[in-house]
Design a protein around this ligand. Structure first.
Ligand code: 5AD
Length: 468
């Protein structure tokens, strides 16, 4: 009988990407993928350890499955961080597999089914890096697809566990990346999101660096140009997450020149206080961040920016936090992810006293959200009455007749009464109303129809598109 597999994914886009690749590997090995852990023969928890809360989620989810008669796999960053220790503390776990060993999963699961003792595979592929790629097949490609360009991180941000869980930076060749992008576009994808822990530090292992150039200057802008040139049918290109240190003049020029680049950049800033940025080992000042973002916006006036902020980092005073609030207002981010500082194992900041109380962190986080929510609302309100281009991603909710998609500036648009509109279509809509985190629009015309090859999360309905 076909074995059933359920995957639970925590954390960042890289984990979502990794889970998609795990699904493809396990499908190819003959497993059926189901949505619910109930009734599964194999459960894979793809974990995150960037904050303590994320790590706790794994422990409670794994604990829930303790009594179930399943092969239990812990994959991803907690697996890499804890390794053997996970099996010691939770002996009902069958397999612990780090981010660089995911390709071994079908064999490891097969061994576990045959009664093997618990296995731990957490070896970085530093010498000969392997990258999991989209297995492009009919009906298996979404409107938007993730493509890894690099993995690991050479930064040493003092709060961050990622260099420990994902290892040192390793890059794919530009040739392989372009090849994958082209295959996705041929398979019907309209948008590609390039992924990497510091995606814009990319260096092409096959292209020698020019002799007279700054050795720290990345080849990411050249990669963007090459994708634009060699995958001309691609409608939108995005990337995440960049580091402000590599927001160089040539990356700014790429945004001026390449129409395929979407009108949105997520650029984590973490704090608006130079004192905190230094303690965080971010390697830029507030002024440098602001002037680089200004350059980007001059190159692309329609650009929206989003960011990540940590509040309550060790030593953060009320005055430091005020500087963060003023930076958020000054840049005018259209969206923001805010986090309370969470001490993580193996990070340099552990040597600093976590001296901002949890209560104070919570107060600052709420104050931050008040500022950022107002900015988000103002941006969405300014869209009412305008025309936007929307890439349809699927129904707003399972079974809903409303379709949802994103603008080039990354705003979410709901289009009521568009049941016949398929994922992958690019449409023009007039914005009728602003909600808290999205807008509602009226469909005006279809710019690009969806490819018949694209995966539809809803059943395809052979009806003409009904306007709201
Ligand atoms: N505590 C709180 N937030 C953190 N992040 C990373 N490490 C920590 C930590 N120890 C946040 C940063 C990063 C985002 C992915 O998670 O803002 O950009």
């Amino acid at each position: 009988m076909t074995k059933r597999l359920a995957l639970v994914t925590f954390g960042c886009q890289m984990n979502v990407h990794d889970s998609q690749r795990i699904e493809e590997l396990m499908l190819a090995a003959g497993y059926e993928i189901i949505a619910d852990v109930e009734g599964a023969d194999v459960v894979i928890l793809n974990t995150c350890s960037v904050r303590e809360k994320a790590e706790q989620k794994l422990r409670s989810e794994a604990g829930r499955l303790k009594k179930a008669d399943v092969i239990l796999v812990v994959a991803g960053c907690v697996a890499q961080q804890e390794g053997e220790r996970l099996i010691k503390s939770m002996p009902y776990i069958d397999i612990v597999v780090g981010p660089d060993n995911l390709a071994e999963l079908p064999a490891l699961v097969r061994d576990a089914e045959l009664g093997a003792t618990p296995a731990v595979r957490t070896v970085f592929d530093v010498e000969d890096p392997r990258f999991l790629t989209n297995q492009v097949r009919e009906g298996g490609v979404g409107a938007s697809a993730y493509v890894t360009v690099m993995k690991g991180c050479n930064e040493r941000c003092s709060f961050c566990i990622v260099p420990h869980t994902r290892g040192p930076e390793r890059y794919r060749s530009a040739r392989d990346i372009v090849h994958e992008v082209r295959a996705l576009v041929d398979g019907g994808a309209r948008e590609v999101v390039l992924l990497g822990q510091t995606v814009n530090s990319f260096m092409d292992p096959e292209t020698p660096a020019e002799i007279d150039r700054d050795p720290d200057e990345s080849q990411f802008p050249a990669l963007l140009r090459r994708i634009a040139e060699e995958a001309p049918a691609l409608d939108r290109l995005r990337y995440t997450s960049p580091h402000p240190r590599h927001l160089t003049a040539s990356l700014v020029r790429a945004h001026a020149d390449l129409a395929v680049l979407a009108d949105h950049v997520h650029m984590p800033v973490q704090s608006g206080s130079d004192r905190m940025l230094k303690r965080m080992i971010r390697r830029y000042t507030r002024e440098e961040y602001v002037s680089r973002v200004d350059a980007l916006r001059t190159a692309r006036p329609s650009l929206t920016m989003s960011t990540d902020i940590i509040v309550g980092f060790p030593g953060e005073t009320a005055a430091d936090f005020e500087l963060t609030l003023s930076l958020v207002r000054e840049v005018g981010f259209s969206a923001l992810y805010g986090f309370k500082y969470s001490p993580r194992p193996f990070t340099p900041a552990l040597r600093l006293e976590d001296d901002v109380s949890n209560e104070e962190k919570q107060t600052r986080l709420l104050a931050l959200f008040e500022v950022s929510d107002a900015l988000t609302r103002a941006n969405l309100a300014s869209m009412v009455g305008t025309r936007v281009e929307v890439l349809i991603e699927g129904p707003s909710r399972p079974g809903a007749s409303t379709r949802v998609g994103r603008t080039r500036r990354n705003e979410i648009v709901h289009l009521p009464g568009t049941v016949g509109l398929d994922a992958g279509a690019v449409v023009v809509a007039e914005v009728a109303r602003a909600n808290k985190h999205s807008v509602e629009g009226r469909l005006e015309s279809i710019k690009l129809p969806a490819s018949a090859k694209v995966m539809q999360t809803h059943r395809r309905v052979a009806l003409p598109v009904v306007q709201a």
